[in-house]
Design a binder for this molecule. Sequence first.
Ligand code: BGC
Ligand code: NOJ
Length: 810
Amino acid sequence: MQYGYFDDANREYVITNPQTPWPWINYLGTEDFFSLISNTAGGYSFYKDAKFRRITRYRYNNVPMDSGGKYFYINEDGTVWSPGWKPCKTPLDSYECRHGMNYTKIKGSKNGLEAEVLYFVPLKTKAEVQLLTLRNTSSTVKTFKVFSFVEWCLWNAAADMENFQRNFSTGEVEVQGSVVYHKTEYKERRDHYAYYSVNAPIAGFETDRETFFGLYNGFDEPQTVLEGQTRNSVAHGWSPVASHCLELELQAGESKSFVFVLGYVENPQDQKWESKNIINKKPALEVIDKFDTIEKVIDSFNELKAYWDKLLSVYTVDSGNEKLDRMVNIWNQYQCMITFCFSRSASFFESGIGRGMGFRDSNQDLIGFVHQIPERARERIIDIASTQFQDGGCYHQYQPLTKKGNNEIGQGFNDDPLWLIIGTTSYIKESGDFSILEEPVPFDNEPGTEKSLFHHLTVSFDHVIHHLGPHGLPLIGRADWNDCLNLNCFSNDPNESFQTTENKTAGSKAESLMIAGQFVLYGREYAELCLRLGKKEEAERALKEVSKMTEAVIKHGWDGEWFLRAYDFDGNKIGSNENEEGKIFIESNGWCAMAGIGLEAGMVGKAMDAVNEKLDSEHGIVLNNPAFTKYYIEYGEISSYPPGYKENAGIFCHNNPWIMIGETIQGRGDRAWEYYRKISPAYTEAHSELHKVEPYVYAQMIAGKDAFRPGEAKNSWLTGTAAWNYYAITQYILGIKPDYDGLIVNPCIPADWKGFTVNRKFRGANYEIRISNPDGRMSGVRKLTLDGILLEGNHIPCQPNGDHLVLVEL
Ligand code: BGC
Ligand code: NOJ
């Protein structure tokens, strides 16, 4: 069952039934000011950091789900309704929500009155603009009242949810004209306030929540709206809100539009005040001015659209398969931008207070994002690397506002450093900008400790070889990519977090085959980079370590039919046929396959076959099998999840592409495609009622075959799944890969594909790459011409600016 449809021409997902199986959200803003908005207008806004600069309040896990947002209420002769259906839930005559590229349009109608709200954050603006249009589609004149509503958050979203003994006394607002200003704590240590305006005279306002709702009412029955009468309340403490009231009359067929601006201002210390305790409103009024007419709003909306036209024009495919095209050309790239912006901080599954920017996460996000805006990727790489330690180890995350690393979600994940290598080389391959390697980058943000970014890569590489276990394989530390494989944790205290509690380290033999594969792959990547830089000796040193690791994997990491997952604290095998549960895991098999370890000896082929036989299922490839059915203190959080969920045999969509790529390494395009298709949102749309979360973006996890409800997905939006699937489909299946000095063309597709065309903008030139597959092959470029000239091999050297035609035959 579907709840809407894709409108590819407009790059929108159109929701036609507001009662989706879960709130289906969108993101506004890609720079500093951000909003999350659901299909019924739930959600919130923040500036840069969802924890420290939360602008509007949101209650996670509320009843009913997704209550609270950017609401409009209409009262026409006592009939009270909202264009997004919620919160009033008054049955509508029509409803439509269009989630587009960084904007959302919600339209509802009732009794011949139509209300449409366009929500977006204009480029280079610290504000969300809401364009409300009301149309009288009836044949009689209509008089009615419209009320806006937002609830302010007292800035620190964590304290906002906890410290009520203080919070209920701090709230402060000012109201001037049609603008409500939220200035809690501005008097003391803050230099920022927020505001909510409308470009028309208002009939009244509320700023005190209980006055607006009535103490015993919910979002669905605000007293002010029901009575059609404001009390013009001014909040002193308790819970400040902002609501405008407009009194309107529309002739038959007439429409009127209003612009609401929800904005954020930071004032310099010496310009904070207009007069004693009266805030300096100038910067807010300037922004309000910029959007005070419909024309200005439409212009800036068109700028946003043009911005996305450009972003999405760098890589486009025409495959003849509309589902594939819409993922590659629109939604997967869009999700990559969103994961780039938010890492794992704020979604409807990440509360914005638990996690910030992940070291591992944000590096991985880059592989799907870097082609969109390489300059922003560059800045991100420097930010991430600045949180690293001198020995190559890393904080697991940093806070976006401060950019400083912290241990709040743990430390000592031994895969972390290696991700910096792929983040950096992906950037250089896209941009050709080797100068980033010379950039001085501090350790732990400590001024005076700067070393070149290249040095950071060296210590990243060395961190692995300085932390080897008894088999010469990498020690896992707190965990590797799988945050829940906690082999040194031994937690029997439910009051401690698996992620942060102190680990045993002395005497640990816990080694990871996932990191081993990763080291071989990214160690080679590092060595190649060294060669490009003329650092021959360093390249040789690296390659020697890589081949030692390869041997260690072949000798100690092979279980006969597949790669082992790990050795535990005591040196026992994990992910072996000898184990009763968790006999085989996806990660080590994916990584050792991607690294091509034992390829000639048939190990990769065997491992991929074992994955296919034991881990593949109707909805995707599960993480491990058999699922753990009891708690193993020596394995940690992984065995805490019920079978089939999350890291315990869930379909972790993030690591399915590792297997897709592993299959392409041996030319099996049919299998790679089959895996891609299974978890692709465009395909899961058909069973949305089961899948539950948005059909236009990937979710971190789909419940696996051992779960109660296989196929049900969770944790949509903020997941490495976005970047990895984009990377797998564009670079390994469609096979157009940026390289240091050109593009590599190496598709790996199902034999029955006749061909496809990719348009790729790369370092100033446009390449139209037409692949044809006359003999029904899966891989192998037989012939490649560039602008009519036959080239040897499958490498297109960088060309001068302008258009170039590349014809490829498999
Ligand atoms: C989750 C992991 C996540 C980790 C973050 C765990 O509870 O299962 O997916 O990466 O928390 O700290
Ligand atoms: C989600 C985390 O964001 C990511 O860093 C981790 O690798 C996966 N979970 C697997 O545990």
